[in-house]
Design a protein around this ligand. Structure first.
Ligand code: HEC
Length: 461
């Protein structure tokens, strides 16, 4: 694979550009005052160490002055280009910006790290470092447990084991015969799911795990209607689906959890790689008001209402682009709680726009694609799009098969639709809860009231 080499070349080219740009910036803070102990360690500990510690997939441990200093120029570059912390590719100039799970550093934090590196990386008083965090496992922990302060998952479902050979192409694995029957777990009656998180079962699995989709199927459906019921999707590093506090998904004793996984060989055999799905439930006997439809797919290149195109007709010429657009008219009122893109190596960007029934047009979000990190972007309560029925959703995807796309393995190829990385797909998924008319009107009114309260707190006095 020369993909890695390409990425390195890009990195060198970018590094030049960034260093040139910062040289021209006036230093706004007295550079001497910035130290590792007082300024940098708290930022790194809160935002980086959970991945950059022993036993995780990240390439270096960043938990001490010596280590952080050793990688300082690379760290500065990675934060200035916002490639680290990874996984957040929402265009920062368009659409909604308030999310529950945005791991990005603030401009000020980026400036602090840059100043520290430029001013000689002073240690400061190393006896005053923030207390080290107690990690819950030697590999990737449950974020909902550690970061959100929830307890451990109510159910943990582990995938069947899969051995990844040392050298070969990407491995796609759907263990047909290995359906997990939730009867085998502690689940006794029907319960409501409030959140789902996916993680590699151990650090070895973490090295080979690229992404996994899990879905929940109702035995009574004979698999007919279950395929839309995606339970959770996870990729390296980011793997949470959290439903709104009044919504959930029912899980019954006979339901089945299906796994669909994408694994990478890493040059040595990894025996029995597994992923785990952790499920947090509403308390026994508690039923949320709404069943969420998490997630609903809108395929660029498809116009469901016109029946004109199928998104599987995708065809991208060598060294060229293809723009796909899909239109969908909502037949019910929708409250959107999350957005997630999906493309492969030729992904450029994806954009969701809406035209409301009254003619207003709005960009909901644009996602600049990065194949390595699949993130479910979860909206803050107050900004969840409320889309009345009749709203037109326009889903646009730009596919980029040029040599300028850093993840393109071979711009000389024609590219067609395929689930595998060599082919392309262009889905955009909204996490949706369908809301009945009268309740939707109340929701809109309540939203307006809360926004007014937020924007003019003084008006109440
Ligand atoms: C969600 C896990 C995660 C978090 C959080 C994270 N990293 Fe990383 N980091 C990785 C992984 C995985 C890689 C290797 C793959 C890659 O380069 O994308 C990496 C690579 C790097 C690299 C090497 C980049 C290169 O081009 O070789 C640097 C430097 C880095 N991270 C710094 C940071 C800093 C600084 C932070 C905090 C501000 C941070 N990371 C937060 C997972 C993470």
């Amino acid at each position: 694979m020369n993909r890695l080499k390409d990425r390195q070349n890009i990195r060198v080219a970018l590094a030049g550009a960034v260093f040139a740009a910062t040289a021209a910036l006036p230093l706004s803070v007295g550079a001497q005052e910035v130290t590792y102990a007082a300024d940098v360690a708290p930022i790194v500990q809160e935002n980086c160490v959970r991945c950059h510690r022993a036993g995780t997939a990240a390439p270096m441990v960043l938990d001490s002055y010596e280590q952080v200093k050793a990688f300082a120029p690379l760290i500065k570059h990675s934060v200035q280009t916002r490639t680290m912390p990874p996984g957040w590719y929402i265009d920062r100039t368009l659409g909604i910006q308030d999310f529950k799970n945005n791991p990005s550093l603030s401009d000020r934090e980026i400036e602090t790290i840059s100043l520290w590196v430029d001013s000689g990386m002073a240690p400061g008083d190393l006896s005053q470092l923030p207390a080290p965090v107690q990690w819950q496992a030697d590999h990737e922990y449950w974020q909902l447990e550690q970061d959100q302060g929830w307890g451990p998952p109510d159910m943990i479902i582990t995938s069947p084991p899969f051995t990844v050979p040392a050298n070969s192409g990407d491995q796609w694995w759907e263990p047909d015969a290995a359906i997990v029957d939730v009867l085998d777990t502690e689940l006794t009656g029907g319960r409501w799911i409030r959140a789902v998180e996916t993680r590699p079962a151990d650090s070895e699995s973490g090295y080979v795990f690229h992404h996994a989709n899990t879905s929940l199927r109702r035995a009574a459906d004979d698999g007919q209607s279950g395929n839309g019921a995606g339970l959770s999707s996870a990729a390296v590093g980011k793997r949470i689906d959290m439903y709104p506090e009044d919504a959930g998904k029912l899980i019954l004793p006979d339901d089945e959890i299906h796994f669909s996984m994408h694994l990478y060989p890493i040059g040595r055999e990894v025996v029995d790689a597994q992923i785990q799905v952790g499920i947090w439930l509403y308390p026994e006997g508690e039923e949320p008001k709404y069943t969420t439809n998490d997630e609903t797919s809108f395929n660029s290149g498809e116009s469901r209402d016109l029946g004109l195109l199928r998104y599987t007709d995708l065809l991208i010429p060598p060294h060229g682009y293809q723009m796909l657009r899909g239109n969908f008219v909502l037949e019910q009122n929708a409250r959107v709680h999350s957005i997630r893109g999906h493309m492969h190596l030729r992904g450029g960007y994806q954009m969701m726009e809406v035209i409301y029934p009254d003619g207003r047009r709005e960009v909901i979000n644009k996602i600049d694609w990065n194949h390595l990190w699949h993130t479910t972007h979860i909206y803050e309560d107050l900004v969840r799009p409320l889309l009345p029925k009749g709203t037109v959703i326009i889903a646009t995807s730009l596919l980029d098969n040029t040599a300028d796309n850093p993840s393109n393995p071979d711009p000389d190829q024609w590219v067609v639709y395929n689930r595998r990385s060599a082919g392309e797909m262009a889905h955009i998924r909204f996490g949706i809860t369908w809301i009945p008319d009268e309740e939707f009107e109340q929701m809109v009114a309540e939203r307006e009231r809360l926004l007014k309260e937020r924007d003019q707190p003084a008006a109440d006095e």
